[in-house]
Structures are given as C-alpha cells and as structure tokens.
Design a protein around this ligand. Structure first.
Ligand SMILES: Cc1cc2nc3c(=O)[nH]c(=O)nc-3n(C[C@H](O)[C@H](O)[C@H](O)COP(=O)(O)OP(=O)(O)OC[C@H]3O[C@@H](n4cnc5c(N)ncnc54)[C@H](O)[C@@H]3O)c2cc1C
Ligand code: SF4
Length: 331
C-alpha cells in the first residue's frame, strides 16, 4: 500500500472542511472495509484519508419521527440489522444487512459506507493488466469478451456491465429512501434511487455525489408497506457471498387485492434496480402465484444477457417470484 496522510474529524463540519482542503485525492473512511481493500489492490490511492468514525451523533437509529425512520450514516450494519423498529417495520431492510458480508464485517462496516462500495468485477479489482473503463476511463472493458458470469443483465452499456454489489441499497430503493448529505456548499437530499448512476459512457462516475460530499443519514418513509416485506438473496454460498440475484419485495394486501407492491432487484443490474412495471402489474389484482410469476417476468423484460450470465434471467425470475410469495405470507 502507498503512503497516505491520516487525519481525524470530530464533527461533520470539520470532516467536510478537511476533505475540501485536501482535494483532490482525499477520501473519508468509516469502517474501512471497502476503502482499505481497494487501497491494497491499488484501485484507490488517496493521498489523505479522513477518519470520520469519531463524529458524534451519526450512529443512531432514530424512530422519534412518526413520518420517517432516520438512520445515521455511521451506524454499524449489525446494529441496524438488529434494531427492533427496523425489524418490525421493514424486515426487508434488516434482512438485506443480515445477508451481507460476515458478522465481523457487519460489526465494523457502516450503512453509509455500504452505499458507496464499489463493484466486485474481478477485472476492476485485478490490476493494470486488465482493461477496465471504470478503473481507467477509456481503456476498454475486459468483461465484455471475457468472464462475465457475475455481470449485469439490466442497465449495462457498451462501456461497462459491472453489477452493483450491495444489498442494503437495493432494499432501500424499494422504500423510496432519502440520503442526506453535507458539503462545504451546504446540505442536500438525494433520493436513494438517484444516488447510483447507470454506467453509460462514464462508468467511473458511479454516484451523483461530489467527492467532498459526506453522507450523514438515511431516511426511510414509514408506512404499512414495509411490514409485509422480505429480502431474498441467491448466492453461490449460503453466507459470506455477494448476490447472483436478489429481490427486495413488499406487498400490502387489502380485501384480497394488492393495494401496494414494491420490487427492487440486486445482483443482476448495474445499479439498485426498481422494477416499476412489475409492481404496477400487481396493484389492484388478486394475489396469486401466477400473478407473482408474471410480475417477475416483467421485471426482466428487456434484460440483455452476456455470454456466461443468461442463467441470471431465469434465476432472477424465480427469485422475484419466491420473494413475492414470502412477502405474501407476511401480510
Ligand atoms: C469479504 C467481503 C464480503 C462482503 N460481502 C458483502 C455482501 O454480501 N453484501 C454487501 O452489501 N456488502 C458486502 N461487503 C461490503 C461491505 O458491506 C462494505 O465494505 C461496507 O459496508 C463498507 O462500509 P465501510 O463503513 O467499511 O466503508 P469504508 O470502506 O470506510 O468506505 C467505503 C467508501 O465510502 C466512502 N464513505 C464511507 N462513509 C461515507 C460517508 N458517510 N459519506 C461519504 N462517503 C463515505 C469512503 O470514502 C469509501 O470510498 C463485503 C465486503 C467484504 C470485504
Ligand atoms: S464490467 Fe465495468 S468494472 Fe468490469 S472490466 Fe468492464 S468496465 Fe471494468
């Protein structure tokens, strides 16, 4: 790993000022579970690392507002997964965190850092011998003609087909979460569904955040839809593995008809993917396995499989169908 300066911030104001002063080439560090990994691999090489772990007041799950749940960006993944309000009101959010990484990682890693993890594409992490537009803009994409079993079938471009790897952001996308940030230019709120960019011709630009923008909290609108939800994750191993396909699904059923439906996909798309057409197909209809299957197929309409990942379409359809059946049982 290369040499870097280490600075510690005690407040959000100090953090953004420090980062602005050391631009370009400065990074925040929360749990460090992604950042230091990428530094060891030579993918990230910050000249300055700004430790934000000692900032007070950003570790809580705050349920005091009737309208929304507020989760501090520095809350540990394990604490949010175990939080009783999160488990009761949004089982899918809790499950998305439980099913991510390992217990050691979840204890260390923060929910803010989790949103900004980078792809696990092996060519991106593999070093300079591999062409990768995300690592070196304009260098090409080794995955397009190479091993692309783990890559995206939705949202890819000629420049990049890497999957967004996180689970938490997929579950948040289902519930229209909001992300509050602060920077030297002030505060702003970004809808989670707009946080991650599609790769297009600029896959190195992964989010709409500026480099000096600090995520301070995540807000989730409270309502009855969250209670009948689940996060279903299919992976090569039962634990400690990223999703091949996942679905965050919520259903609200009244008088035997679907009053509201949420479906977001992970492991199959370049960014957290909300399947709006599939949701619409369910609303107002009686819920049946056949309707769930139709919705799941709609979620994958327009999918573009690559040489090695066509199985993700069939797997994704099964995953969404099963998730809808699980969510049905929670109504
Ligand atoms: C072996 C392994 C398996 C894993 N499996 C999974 C999995 O199955 N599912 C899953 O979802 N994740 C998985 N992860 C990823 C893990 O969850 C993330 O590494 C972790 O959540 C990142 O959080 P962190 O606090 O450690 O972030 P850091 O490493 O500290 O930071 C990550 C990035 O976010 C930036 N950052 C951090 N906090 C903020 C903030 N508040 N504001 C602005 N920028 C910020 C940093 O500058 C950095 O660029 C795995 C990781 C490993 C190493
Ligand atoms: S898929 Fe994206 S991250 Fe992977 S090699 Fe191609 S450009 Fe790089």
């Amino acid at each position: 790993m290369h040499d870097f300066a280490y600075l510690r911030a005690r407040s959000t104001g100090e953090a953004v000022q420090l980062l602005a002063r050391h631009q370009p080439g400065a990074h925040y560090f929360a749990g460090g579970t992604t950042l230091f990994d990428l530094m060891k691999l030579g993918v990230e090489a910050p000249a300055t690392v700004i430790d934000i772990t000692r900032i007070e007041g950003l570790r809580e799950v705050d349920a005091s507002s009737r309208g929304e749940l507020r989760i501090g960006a520095l809350a540990a993944m394990s604490d949010v997964a175990e939080n009783a309000t999160v488990q009761r009101e949004f089982p899918a959010l809790s499950e998305s965190l439980w099913k991510a990484a390992s217990q050691q990682l979840r204890n260390m890693a923060t929910v803010g850092g989790n949103l900004l993890q980078r792809t696990r594409c092996a060519y991106f992490r593999g070093g300079p011998e591999f062409a990768c537009n995300k690592r070196v803009p304009g260098s090409g994409c080794a995955a397009l003609g190479g091993q692309n079993r783990g890559h995206a079938v939705l949202g890819g471009s000629e420049a990049c087909v890497a999957v967004y790897p996180g689970d938490w952001a997929v579950a948040l996308a289902a519930f229209d979460a909001l992300v509050d940030t602060v920077s030297p230019r002030g505060e702003r709120t970004v809808p989670l569904r707009e946080l991650h960019r599609a790769p297009g011709t600029t896959p190195h630009l992964e989010t709409v955040l500026a480099a000096d923008e600090l995520i301070v909290r995540i807000r989730i609108p409270r309502g009855s839809i969250g209670r009948g939800s689940t996060y279903h994750k299919i992976r090569d191993r039962e634990s400690y593995a990223f999703a091949l396909a996942s679905a965050a699904v919520a259903l609200e059923i009244r008088s035997n008809r679907v009053a509201d439906a949420r479906i977001a996909l992970g492991g199959v798309a370049t960014h957290p993917w909300r399947a709006v057409q599939a949701e619409r197909s369910l609303v107002g209809q009686p819920f049946t396995r056949a309707a769930a299957r139709r919705a799941a197929e709609l979620a994958f309409e327009g999918a573009k499989p690559l040489e090695h990942n066509a199985f993700k379409v069939a797997l994704g359809i099964e995953t969404v169908t099963d998730a809808l059946m699980l969510a049905r049982e929670r109504n």
